[in-house]
Design a protein around this ligand. Structure first.
Ligand SMILES: *[C@@H]1O[C@H](CO)[C@@H](O)[C@H](O)[C@H]1NC(C)=O
Ligand SMILES: *[C@@H]1O[C@H](CO)[C@@H](O)[C@H](O)[C@H]1NC(C)=O
Ligand SMILES: *[C@@H]1O[C@H](CO)[C@@H](O)[C@H](O)[C@H]1NC(C)=O
Ligand SMILES: *[C@@H]1O[C@H](CO)[C@@H](O)[C@H](O)[C@H]1NC(C)=O
Ligand SMILES: *[C@@H]1O[C@H](CO)[C@@H](O)[C@H](O)[C@H]1NC(C)=O
Ligand SMILES: *[C@@H]1O[C@H](CO)[C@@H](O)[C@H](O)[C@H]1NC(C)=O
Length: 747
């Protein structure tokens, strides 16, 4: 999950592992006991590009493919789990490795790959972005539909009440699968996808959200205004989505075991045909894949073809370079930045010293002092050396020794070890603590070593150490916004010269709606069932940009996905490369600014043909691209565009140090501001060793919709790991800013 719920992973991957192991071993045993792998089937996606004009010829393609692969073997065709034919073409089918290899070679197949699991990677945040409640709204905001691909939704949340909203817009063709949920004029569609039919005990076989994550992201994007929301008084205020009148279409693709590629593609196939305007997907994989072997990249390509913008989260695997998981040029990738609010939790010791740590602590110990014990001194038995107990890992603490006490642990983890052993609270110290406030199932605060070591010394200095933990208070983070360490960084592992991520948005300590079927942390024994919860992750950042895109689209319904993306990027608030060491690889163009994005002046537009030229230049074959596009796309020298000429609203150049640079980027901007306007280019660069020139450096427009081209040249030599610069077109009213980044391998 892109929010931090690591505890889910061990339990469920393990469960998944057992189930998979059982299934595969019985299948193998039944058929070929000695060569156990040959007949083991796995779920494969057979991606066949765009769909032909009518659905019946699409299913004919599927039938023909299956027949030429397997003859009329009905047993095999039975294992088809999905056929995609509403928005693009493909099937999901169980195949042995041998069958898969054979099928991959067949005519009409663009790519064939196993369905793997991806993972899921307030209200203050909208005010912080300058999108106040009073901001000007378009009358057509209610026509905008955001498709949320996530863990489902808790439909009864006050955030999803529909008073004041009329019936869904006419273009809506989706449906509401009413298994245990009711749609309304806010939630206008709800579906779920579970291709492998594995359900964790207690999971809702329904679009209903057991986890909370999907409810949180949907309400961040389009929840209505709810007064007096808070988590036990913390982050108290109005909870609201960025576009409170927009509609939500729920596509539940994530379950306890993760989010499978097959389900993601099935949801794209539906959502595009259903008529959503924006797709918000806070989910990512772990290994970077080629554009047409990744479900989110394939799905968002076909969405783009139909005028639908996909917004995805960058991932939570930062802070190292190239950890980003969603990076296709036809979608937006969002990093997580901080807002100015943070949560601080004081710990008072028996010597009256008070230390302030980080956590979201809703518990109130009422100033009562409890015995304080170091985990290493509370090991459960001899076989557990104190080397594990000092980290308070699960089962390592002796309940008799920690019961009724506060435990000091040498790592900032989930707190479940101390919680399960019956501790009253936990104080955690770590060389690398979480750099944001997290919720724990018991009273807790977390510290870096400076303060953590003081607490340890105190324990070690007295025979009767005591402490108490206070409820969290809200503090101000004056450095905000900056990108948190967990947020995945660029460059793109596949195309480093397309700058990714594109934008940053609030993803730290976000209050939004929650499921009533779980608790604040989701741990067994955590009884805090809450309507609003505070969590962090690039998952939380993504719906901020989805809503910003919806907001722009409500003013400009005819704009292409690339035009909306450009408007969001060129108006973003530049961020500080001094406190974000990876600079643009952390935040892209900067922090999204929805209000400014409505009126960007110029846009860098692009359509399918531009992406095809880019793909030709990346070496994709004509044959493959013809299937993807279902037209006569041909890669030739004339259409073979270099990556630098894709009409992208940012500029990136990878190089090796000391190589002499002389690179040209061609761009075309479309005037969407005043008809008569003259824009002048300014380039700012952080270094003298790189020279950036723009020709022409004045663009004079005489009409709206007019397009003018220019060239940006980069010359010189890279003398450090990364040079940040920017190009700004300014007509006196609009500033159209693009980051320019030149980088080499890390020295
Ligand atoms: C339906 O939802 C309710 C919560 O509103 C839950 O308690 C119940 O178990 C669900 N039923 C099924 C069949 O999932
Ligand atoms: C120590 O605890 C572990 C886990 O509870 C248990 O498996 C082991 O048998 C115990 N050893 C002794 C010596 O009690
Ligand atoms: C203090 O720490 C030292 C070394 O870490 C240890 O030997 C000693 O027993 C500790 N004293 C107390 C009171 O825990
Ligand atoms: C593609 O080319 C074929 C043969 O040249 C032609 O019949 C067809 O109309 C073309 N299709 C498109 C979409 O241009
Ligand atoms: C297009 O460019 C790619 C990458 O440079 C190259 O592999 C391919 O052969 C080129 N195709 C044509 C038709 O020029
Ligand atoms: C850089 O390339 C341009 C053509 O794209 C050429 O006119 C110019 O002389 C080159 N500059 C250097 C220093 O090689």
């Amino acid at each position: 999950m892109i929010k931090d719920r690591k505890y889910l992973l061990p339990c469920c991957l393990l469960l998944h592992g057992i189930l998979i192991a059982l299934l595969t071993s019985t299948a193998a045993a039944a058929t070929s006991p000695s060569h156990s792998n040959a007949n083991t089937k796995a779920i494969y996606i057979v991606y066949m590009g765009d769909r032909p004009a009518d659905e019946s010829s699409t299913s004919l393609l599927h039938t023909n493919l299956l027949q030429s692969a397997f003859g009329s073997d009905v047993a095999t065709t039975k294992s088809v789990r999905y056929t995609f034919q509403r928005s693009f073409s493909g099937i999901v089918i169980d195949l042995t490795e041998e069958e898969a290899a054979k099928m991959a070679e067949m005519d009409g197949v663009v790519s064939l790959f196993p369905s793997e699991k991806k993972h899921l990677h307030t209200t203050r945040s909208w005010d912080f972005l300058g999108l106040s409640e009073q901001v000007e709204r378009s009358n057509s905001e209610g026509d905008i539909i955001i498709g949320v691909f996530d863990t489902g939704i808790w439909p009864e949340s006050e955030s999803f009440h529909d008073e004041g909203l009329g019936p869904p817009p006419n273009k809506w063709k989706g449906t509401c699968k009413t298994d245990n949920i009711t749609c309304n004029n806010k939630i206008i569609g709800a579906k779920y996808y579970n291709s492998d039919n594995l359900f964790f005990p207690g999971e809702f076989i329904s679009p209903r959200d057991l986890d909370g994550h999907g409810t949180h992201t949907a309400s961040t994007a389009a929840g209505k205004v709810v007064n007096g929301a808070s988590l036990y008084g913390l982050a108290s205020g109005k909870a609201r989505g960025g576009v409170p009148s927009a509609r939500i279409a729920v596509y539940k693709i994530c379950w306890f075991t993760g989010c499978s590629d097959a389900d993601i593609l099935a949801a794209f196939d539906d959502a595009i045909a259903d008529g959503v305007d924006i797709i918000s997907i806070s989910v990512g994989g772990s290994t970077p894949k080629d554009y047409f072997r990744d479900s989110i990249s394939i799905g968002s390509y076909h969405a783009m073809k139909q005028g639908i913008l996909t917004v995805s989260s960058a991932g939570n695997d930062g802070p190292l370079r190239s950890t980003i998981t969603n990076f296709s040029p036809w979608s937006i990738s969002v990093a997580a930045s901080t807002i100015d609010r943070q949560f601080l939790t004081k710990v008072q010791l028996g010597n009256n010293k008070v230390y302030e740590g980080l956590s979201v602590n809703t518990f109130d110990l009422k100033n009562k002092m409890y015995p304080l014990i170091y985990g290493a001194n509370a090991a459960s038995n001899d076989s557990f050396s104190s080397s594990r107990a000092r980290y308070c890992s699960t089962g390592s603490l002796d309940p008799n020794l920690v019961k009724g006490k506060i435990v000091l642990c040498d790592i900032v983890a989930s707190g479940s070890g101390a919680f399960n052993a019956g501790a009253v609270g936990t104080v955690m110290r770590d060389q690398y603590p979480y750099v944001y406030a997290k919720s724990f199932p018991l009273p807790a605060s977390s510290f870096e070593l400076v303060d953590g070591n003081q607490i340890f010394s105190y324990i070690n200095s007295t025979s009767d150490p005591t402490a108490t933990i206070y409820k969290s208070t809200e503090g101000t983070d004056t450095l905000a916004p900056y990108v948190n360490t967990f947020s995945s960084r660029g460059p793109s592992p596949i195309t480093p010269d397309i700058l990714k991520p594109d934008l940053a948005a609030p993803g730290v300590n976000i209050l939004a709606a929650w499921t009533l079927a779980s608790s604040v942390t989701g741990f067994d024994g955590d009884n805090r069932v809450v309507p609003y919860n505070i969590i962090s992750g690039t998952s939380m950042a993504c719906p901020h940009v989805s809503a910003a895109a919806a907001y722009v689209k409500s003013f400009h319904p005819s704009w292409s996905p690339a035009a909306i993306q450009s408007a969001l990027m060129t108006t973003a608030l530049p961020m500080n490369s001094g406190i974000n060491l990876e600079a643009e690889f952390a935040y892209g163009s900067g922090q999204v600014n929805p209000v400014k994005a409505v009126n960007p002046g110029l846009v860098y537009d692009a359509g399918e043909i531009d992406y095809i030229k880019f793909l030709c230049g990346q070496g994709y074959s004509t044959q493959l691209l013809r299937l993807v596009t279902r037209d006569n796309a041909t890669c030739s020298e004339a259409t073979n565009a270099t990556v630098w000429d894709l009409n992208y609203p940012s500029f990136a150049l990878s190089t090796s140090p000391s190589k002499a640079l002389n690179n040209s980027f061609k761009r075309t901007v479309t005037n969407v501001g005043s008809s008569m306007s003259t824009y002048r280019a300014t380039v700012t660069a952080s270094t003298g060793s790189i020279k950036i020139q723009v020709t022409p450096n004045v663009l004079s427009f005489t009409s709206v919709g007019q397009k003018l081209s220019f060239e940006l040249m980069i010359e010189g030599k890279l003398d450090k790991s990364l040079v940040s610069a920017s190009l700004e077109w300014d007509d006196g009213k609009h500033k159209v800013r693009s980051p320019v980044i030149v980088f080499g391998s890390i020295p």
